[in-house]
Design a protein around this ligand. Structure first.
Ligand code: 3PG
Length: 212
């Protein structure tokens, strides 16, 4: 298995899975993998999400699976114990950052202001989520943050779609874009996994078009 950075360099897109049904979450993850996206974030926003994440880790194939919407240190420990390979939060909580740094687990806290990015940097983090990307100022804001925080890399998430993906990926300090547009609720709930694969492949093509 290649590492997170290598995979994101090859295909800089992180799809979100938010399904409460473990079997459907596994099928969705496999469909994403078939489309060329092998770094997947499972968001902890439903009862069955943790079980879904474990099922993907166990049965999803050659994927790197992380946990998103991690709000507390206890949750961070729980997802780490369940095998999450990276952790994403909507905001920056110092104790989660310190735990992840100590455990050597990649952590992407949500940031949307210069102060938050600076705090993340001071804690020792170099990679952050930019959230909610479109509402927080989109590409122009990210350009401004990137010009100041030259050591930081950003993962814009929130309002990213196939339409604006090229603009975000054109910024050199964007390590990857995250989003749920790759796993539309209607496609997942009707088990239309071919559509999930199509969307993943489309994102891979867009990324290749921008980054070569
Ligand atoms: C997140 O959890 O990062 C966002 O809710 C995802 O936003 P999106 O649904 O607009 O992709």
């Amino acid at each position: 298995m290649t590492g997170l950075n290598e995979r994101l360099n090859a295909a800089p897109v992180v799809p979100l899975i938010g399904d409460s049904d473990a079997d459907r979450a596994v099928a969705t993850a496999r469909a994403l993998g078939q489309g060329g996206l092998s770094v997947i974030e499972v968001v902890l926003r439903s009862e069955g999400a943790l079980e879904g994440m474990s099922a993907i880790i166990e049965r999803g194939g050659d994927l790197i699976v992380g946990a998103g919407t991690v709000l507390t240190l206890d949750q961070a420990k729980q997802v780490r114990d369940a095998g999450a390979q990276f952790i994403v939060s909507p905001g920056l909580v110092d104790e989660i950052a310190e735990y992840c740094l100590a455990e050597n687990i990649p952590f992407f806290p949500g940031t949307m202001t210069a102060g938050e990015v600076q705090r993340a940097c001071a804690l020792g983090l170099r990679d952050v989520k930019f959230f909610p990307a479109s509402l927080a100022g989109g590409v122009p804001m990210l350009k401004a943050l990137g010009s100041v925080f030259r050591e930081m890399r950003f993962m814009p998430t929130g309002g990213v779609s196939a339409a604006n993906l090229p603009d975000f990926l054109a910024l050199p300090h964007v390590m990857a874009c995250g989003g749920s547009w790759l796993t539309p609720k209607d496609a997942v709930e009707t088990s239309n996994f071919a559509e999930v694969t199509r969307l993943a492949a489309e994102a891979v093509d867009i990324a290749k078009g921008v980054r070569g």
